[in-house]
Design a protein around this ligand. Sequence first.
Ligand code: PLP
Length: 394
Amino acid sequence: MNQHKKLSEHRAISGEIITAIRKVVGMYSTNLHEPVFEGNEWHYLKDCLDSGFVSSAGQYVEKFEQKIAEFTGSKYAIALVNGTSALHLAMIVGGVKSGDEVIMPSLTFVATANAVSYTGAIPHFVDVNQLDLGIDAVKLRQYLNEITVIKNGNCLNRKTGRIIRALLPMHVFGHPCNILELLAIADEFHLTVIEDAAESLGSFYNEKHTGTFGKIGIISFNGNKTITTGGGGVILTDDREIAYQAKYLSTTAKQPHAFSYMHTDIGFNYRMPNLNAALGCAQLEKLPYFLNSKRRLFNLYFDAFFKVENVLLFQEPIHCRSNYWLQTLLLDEELVPYHEDIIISCINSGINVRPVWTPLHLLPIFADSPAASLPVTINLAKRLINIPSSAGIS
Ligand SMILES: *Cc1c(COP(=O)(O)O)cnc(C)c1O
């Protein structure tokens, strides 16, 4: 393409995008995502300090777990230090063993694959679809039919000889993936479903909360998520034994006893501290307000971007209610050459937009992991841009 034409076209489209974002954000902070502390945060935190219960004992941890279980409709919720540790523990209590493979999207945050790697298991990357940004169910079934055989009730990868133990779908930016279809495939191929719902607190598929479809689900409460506990995560499950094991292993696998220290497994120190849970309790009270704000923000952006050609504001999939954690632009094919230029122009004008993660199969650390062909993942990585999404904006 003619360099001058390219330059002027990118300036024009970048200018339109910056104008549209400015129109919505106004003078509010243009960071990608900021927490909002306008409720009982100070009050509950002071209560922790006054009572002396700041660490892994204290009433806020259980209260937080109860409220999360209530809100998500999960039977059990186990609060942990962060979403990554929740995923790690979910792998262990979900039966993922060293040398197993775990099917996951390449288009996800690195923590999804890291958690699998901690157990000695191997991430196996599959492609996503453009409708919901999650694993493409049609392609997945076809792929598993091609490369696997069921033997002794296990799904064997015929190429590597390893057992494919689990399917790990992720709900990207809070948009629920095609979870029902993925559950059916997992059933067919004897895979345990562990859902990475780190980003999707407040997102529902058919009125059922994300993270409650699989055997186990996890949510993150990192500082940039919809609500925050500073750092924090939770395991969701309806399985009593799994819930027990998760809590047990997260508290050093110590046998309940009045004074003696008896540990039956190599456990973890993954329990959420009371201070973090106190913050979480206050944040949860504001969750309905945050979700409304985020939906309103989507509507404001929708109007602002309505007339911007070749740029689509990503909308919740059908049958779903998304939490709209991160608002997302999807550029048309023809804007792919300008993707990076647009991001740089926005950042230079003080608006903190971000590209989607580098697809994990392209990271050197996962270069040896098995992967299906990933054309949509590679294409989307050049077309997605996250724009300022704080609940406080609207
Ligand atoms: C945030 C996130 C995690 C990890 O959660 P932390 O609390 O930051 O450890 C895992 N997976 C996805 C998809 C995430 O977005």
